[in-house]
Design a protein around this ligand. Structure first.
Ligand code: ADP
Ligand code: MG
Length: 714
């Protein structure tokens, strides 16, 4: 296989789409809106599906109702005026060796300048019975394979007599604005015809050979215009060698970028490298409030091993809700603090930062570590005293919200940053941390499990520790799904549990678009519950309340002074009240699966049986139905995360639409999980063993530069 040594031949792929013949400013703008700017974008956009229009049928064998492809000669044609004003039919009589058939195009008068007698045409369309006139083909796609007039648009720019829209397996593209599927098919054909044969191919030769995959050019050709012997089912499952090769290429280039970044991170030296000795181990043991689970012990060992290395840790700590990630992080913090270094511990919300603060204070009670809380609610006076103390190194552990990184907090000896993450901490955001100086170790904790495939794409440059299993003594949670109409059963359950001394959450969705309405609904619910349960104390908690009001309510609930807490989803992450045994989620159909799992994780934390009730209101979508079914059938966060990815797709998994995951333009994290794993392993191995080669490295860096702009690899 010949292969160019320099990736520069890629220029053709980087040609803006308006340079294709037939793409004017309007179509270029439509393409751009769909994210297609250069030729590469067009060629790496897979068709929606494929249709087999390759098997020509003899006209005599056509049956009404079928979709059929026919090749023949135009015998005659006419433009007919119908009785309706302005409605004209263009008809043609087409003949093949077996017979003749009438072909009708409603309302396409311009065809009179395109289709002429004696032309050879191929047609693809629906066969219909048309009264006494017999069979006809109505409004088919067509191509003129011989004798085209100049006005004929189909093959004009391809310059070939080869049919694109019929007579073959045809790619069907999504319509993009004014660009019809047929136009796009022609543009793709044109772009393919301009590709050089010796295009640079980022997929290494050994991989192509071992997988029996085609070259890059051949793969692009076969993906858009498959040879007629390609199984159409395989094409539509995106499972042909050509398609898989392109998916692999996308994954591989992206994973190589991540691997380069990880490799470069390992060249960085951190200013502070903690040591571990028996005294430090004893100090950690002295704090430990319970016996660690094996999963926690393994994760901690991996973290502490990283911390002792010369280069900064970049580790993701995964575990299901309630798996006990906090204590693992705090033990890691103790290692740093025992070395005289500082630790920053960041939570996604103030409530959580405050809760972490209380938990940590309880665990570290009686130790000499100085722990402080820094959130937006800290008074100016306290802040004025706190900031210099941090700068002097007198504070060992600083707990706060994510704003800690953005704020101008200066540390004297920051060696570890712990991020208790709500849902997202993408590749792109991670850059900000480096700005803190000294290259501290970074430990990111996820609130709920992330499917492995998504972790590989979002965090493939990080190392991952997973805490498997939950601490002992957890009671399984019963999950029931109920329509809104059976609300009294829900109230009966709350009454019964509260009567036994337990507590209940009632959660309301709060989406930004309808925040006011939702807030009103939550407020109304809290009032209704006050009437339904006059004997109980009911309170409302929502994100619009002032910090200290929120805190008062949360504290009261945690202390058992409140029976029912009506809340918007602020309790979603991390809040720990073991006496709460009922979680009612209102409008459950509006929550994402991972979010529901998070909410359910708020109960089942004590020694009592717990129930989660998902209350839905019709109409609910199929997706919502799937989600609630998944919730009722599994309590395993890893299983739920996979399901969530399947239902929502990667762009929505993190709650916001991240349209630009470039490595996903051809790939699908569920369908192509095996290819992603393969790409991840190949990329890491090649980078770590220095076998990447200059051309591929150059290529990958150029792609990253293009796709992430300022953020460079490393
Ligand atoms: P998450 O992983 O969701 O952040 P937490 O760290 O909040 O979970 O832990 C959940 C609860 O389990 C806390 O109350 C914590 O004190 C408790 N816990 C954690 N590890 C253990 C353990 N090994 N044995 C008993 N309880 C534990
Ligand atoms: Mg937590």
């Amino acid at each position: 296989m010949s292969r160019a040594s320099e990736p520069a031949v890629d220029d053709v792929l980087q040609t803006p789409l308006q340079f294709l013949k037939g793409v004017g400013p309007r179509k270029a703008a439509d393409f751009k809106r769909a994210g297609l700017v250069v030729v590469e974008d067009l060629l790496f956009r897979f068709p929606l599906r494929y249709e087999d229009r390759s098997r020509m049928q003899p006209i005599i064998a056509l049956r009404p109702g079928q979709m059929a492809a026919v090749a023949g000669e135009v015998l005659s044609c006419h433009l007919q005026q119908t009785r309706r004003a302005n409605f004209r039919l263009f008809t043609a009589l087409v003949q093949d060796a077996s017979g003749q058939i009438q072909v009708v195009w409603p309302n396409q008068a311009f065809l009179k300048d395109v289709i002429r007698p004696h032309q050879r045409v191929v047609l693809f369309g629906k066969v219909e019975l048309w009264g006494s006139r017999g069979l006809q083909i109505t409004d088919p796609e067509f191509e003129i394979v011989e004798g085209a007039t100049h006005a004929e648009p189909a093959n004009a720019d391809a310059g070939a007599a080869e049919p694109l829209h019929t007579g073959r397996i045809v790619p069907v593209f999504e319509r993009t604005g004014s660009v019809t599927p047929n136009m796009q098919r022609r543009f793709v054909w044109q772009a393919l015809s301009q590709l050089p044969d010796d295009m640079y191919d980022p997929v290494p030769n050994e991989i192509l050979a071992a997988q029996k995959w085609p070259s890059r050019r051949a793969a692009l050709q076969a993906t858009h215009f498959p040879p007629n012997d390609t199984p159409v089912d395989a094409l539509n499952a995106f499972d042909t060698p050509a398609q898989r090769r392109l998916v692999f290429e996308d994954f591989f280039v992206f994973q190589t970028g991540l691997a380069l970044r990880r490799h470069e991170n390992a060249q960085v030296r951190k200013a502070l490298v903690p040591q571990v000795n028996d005294d430090i181990r004893a100090a950690a043991r002295a704090v430990l409030p319970f016996k660690l689970t094996p999963g926690q012990r393994d994760a901690l060992a991996e973290i502490v091993a990283d911390m002792q290395r010369a280069w900064p840790m970049q580790r993701l700590l995964q575990g299901d809700v309630g798996a006990g990630k906090t204590i693992v992080a705090v033990l890691a913090a103790i290692v740093a603090m025992e070395n005289g270094f500082q630790v920053a511990f960041m939570a996604p919300t103030e409530i959580l930062a405050e809760q972490h603060y209380r938990t940590v204070m309880k665990w570290l009670d009686g130790t000499r570590y100085r722990v402080r809380l820094l959130t937006g609610r800290v008074t100016a006076g306290t802040r004025k005293e706190l900031l210099p103390a941090i700068a002097r190194g007198e504070i060992n552990l600083l707990i706060g919200t994510h704003a800690l990184v953005q704020e101008h907090v200066v540390f004297k000896a920051l060696s570890l940053v712990i991020i208790d993450e709500q849902h997202r901490f993408g590749v792109v955001q991670r850059g900000t941390l480096a700005a803190k100086g000294g290259n501290p170790d970074v430990l990111v904790m996820t609130a709920t499990p992330i499917p492995r495939t998504l972790a590989l794409t979002e965090c493939g440059d990080m190392d991952v520790s997973i805490i498997r299993g939950l601490p002992p003594g957890r009671k399984p949670i019963r999950t029931v799904v109920k329509p809104d109409s059976r609300r009294d059963e829900v109230y009966a359950l709350i009454r019964q549990e509260v009567a036994q001394g337990r507590q209940a959450y009632v959660i309301y969705p709060l989406v930004e678009e309808s925040e006011k309405v939702d807030l009103r609904a939550a407020t109304a619910m809290s009032e209704e519950l006050t009437h339904v349960f006059p004997e109980f104390r009911v309170a409302l908690l929502h994100g619009r309340m002032k910090g200290d009001e929120k805190d008062t309510v949360m504290r009261a609930f945690a202390a058992g002074d409140l029976h029912v807490l009506v809340a918007t989803s602020v309790v979603e992450v991390g809040v720990d009240v073991p006496n709460a045994t009922v979680m009612v989620v209102e409008h459950a159909e509006r929550f994402g699966l991972s979010q529901l799992h998070q909410l359910r994780g708020r109960i089942g934390r004590g020694s009592h049986d717990s129930t989660c009730v998902l209350v839905y209101q019709a109409p609910w979508s199929d997706d919502a139905h799937e989600r609630l079914k998944a919730m009722a059938s599994s309590s395993d966060g890893f299983v739920i995360a996979e399901k969530d990815l399947q239902i929502r797709g990667p762009g929505d998994f993190f709650g916001t639409r991240q349209s630009g995951l470039p490595q996903l333009r051809t790939g699908d994290l569920t369908r192509d999980a095996d290819l992603l794993e393969f790409a991840f392993n190949e990329a890491r191995a090649r980078v770590e063993q220095g076998r990447l080669g200059p051309a591929l490295e150059h290529y990958v860096r150029a792609v990253w530069q293009r796709q992430f702009g300022l953020i460079t690899v490393g």
